[in-house]
Each structure stands twice: as structure tokens, then as C-alpha cells.
Design a protein around this ligand. Structure first.
Ligand code: MGP
Length: 201
């Protein structure tokens, strides 16, 4: 709910009911991976799908009740479309890759805000005309360089670049000023494409 809506004065039960549910285009799942020695041995089974949401209100109910990434130690939190797992092996993800932004020298509160901005962009389907290939986003909070990645289901250059540019713009608007690297899941850890900080191609 926006500040204007909450300030709008008394509401009828009917208007409250309408406000109670703003459906999202997709249902999204929130996944958590807490790093431990056993997680290294069994990475896939260490990822837990802890919650799902399909309305704006449920999104805020979840995110207003969990700690922000900078306060969670070494952890990976992911928000992915329902039925898509945040794993290279996933049937949808395996044909794509991930755009990775390394976040260093950013204040914790700016990092947390960047993550919220990314989630709002994600669930608001605001990653441009090729946005349907988006699988989800991962924040990897680390002691040194943390990462924020956008996973997509298509590795073709035109689509990957289009989504990458929209993602880069969103990150830059949130104060990120580094390069963005695309890792093709079929090509190992190699960076297939790069978007430079100074220019978009
Ligand atoms: P990472 O989390 O992508 O890199 O992969 P990070 O966080 O830079 O690594 P760190 O050492 O800095 O923490 C770390 C490791 O997790 C990989 O080497 C894999 O062993 C495992 N792993 C990560 N992902 C995304 C996957 C995946 O999708 N599938 C599987 N099977 N293992 C993964």
C-alpha cells in the first residue's frame, strides 16, 4: 500500500477488500541457502524454498518480516518464479545463464535497498520486452564482495543482452557502478558477455 492510500481516510469494507489483493503476474518463491560445510557437499539439497507469494501484499508481508541481506551473514537468498529452482540443473535455467554484479564498497543500507529495488523490478515484470525469460534473482551475501545475480532461461545474445541492459540500468539507478558479467550455464564459469560500467555495450 502506498502512503497516499494509507492516508486516504476512512475506507469502506468493500474498498479494503479490493486493496487487500493486488495479484502479481507470476507466483514467486523465496529460497534460502545457508552456507555450511554440509552445504558444500550437497549444494542442491541445501536450498530451501521457504515461502511463496503471488500478491503485492504477500510480498510486503514477507519482506517486512525478514532481515535484510546485509544482516544475515553468509547466505544466498533467491526469489524465483514458481516451479523454477535456483540451480543450474533446473529444466528452465539450464538453457540460460546469469548476469552477475559484484557489489563491493557499497554501504549495507544501500546494498539492502538495491536488493529490494531489484525484487520490485522483478515481481513488477519491469525488465523490458524480453523480461519473460527471467527466472529470478539471487543475492549472495559474502564477507567480502557480495553478488546480486539475475538468472535467465535463454542464452541467445539478443535476449540476454536486452535483459542485461535493463538489469544494468536498474542497478545503476540503485547506485551500482561496476561491470555486469553474463555466465552461460552451459559454458562453465566463463563470462560470455559483459556490460561495462561506463557504457552499456
Ligand atoms: P556460487 O554460489 O555460484 O559462487 O557457487 P560463489 O558464491 O562465488 O562461491 P563462493 O565460493 O564465493 O561462495 C559456489 C559453489 O556452490 C559452486 O562451486 C558449486 O559447488 C555450488 N553451486 C552454486 N550454484 C549456483 C550451483 C548450482 O546451481 N548447482 C549446483 N549443483 N551447485 C551449485
Amino acid at each position: 500500500m502506498t502512503a497516499e492510500e494509507s492516508d486516504a481516510g476512512e475506507q469502506t469494507p468493500q474498498s479494503k477488500e479490493v486493496q487487500a489483493s493486488h495479484p502479481l503476474q507470476n507466483t514467486w518463491c523465496f529460497w534460502v541457502l545457508i552456507h555450511s560445510s554440509s552445504a558444500k557437499d550437497n549444494w542442491q539439497h541445501s536450498q530451501k524454498n521457504v515461502h511463496s507469494f503471488s500478491t503485492v501484499e504477500d510480498f510486503w508481508r514477507l519482506f517486512n518480516n525478514i532481515k535484510t541481506p546485509s544482516k544475515l551473514g553468509v547466505i544466498d537468498c533467491s526469489v524465483f518464479k514458481k516451479d523454477v529452482a535456483p540451480a543450474w540443473e533446473d529444466e528452465t535455467c539450464k538453457n540460460g545463464g546469469r548476469w552477475i554484479a559484484k557489489i563491493d564498497r557499497m554501504k549495507p543500507q544501500d546494498f539492502d535497498q538495491l536488493w529490494v529495488n531489484l525484487l520490485l523490478t522483478l515481481i513488477g515484470e519491469n525488465l523490458g520486452p524480453q523480461g519473460s525469460i527471467v527466472c529470478g534473482a539471487v543475492v549472495s551475501a559474502r564477507n567480502k564482495a557480495s553478488k546480486v545475480a539475475l538468472w535467465i532461461s535463454d542464452r541467445s545474445e539478443d535476449k540476454a543482452m536486452a535483459v542485461g541492459e535493463a538489469y544494468h540500468k536498474m542497478l545503476k539507478d540503485a547506485g551500482f557502478n561496476g561491470d555486469l558479467h553474463f555466465e552461460d550455464f552451459a559454458g562453465g564459469a566463463k563470462s560470455a558477455f559483459t556490460l561495462k560500467a561506463s557504457k552499456d555495450k
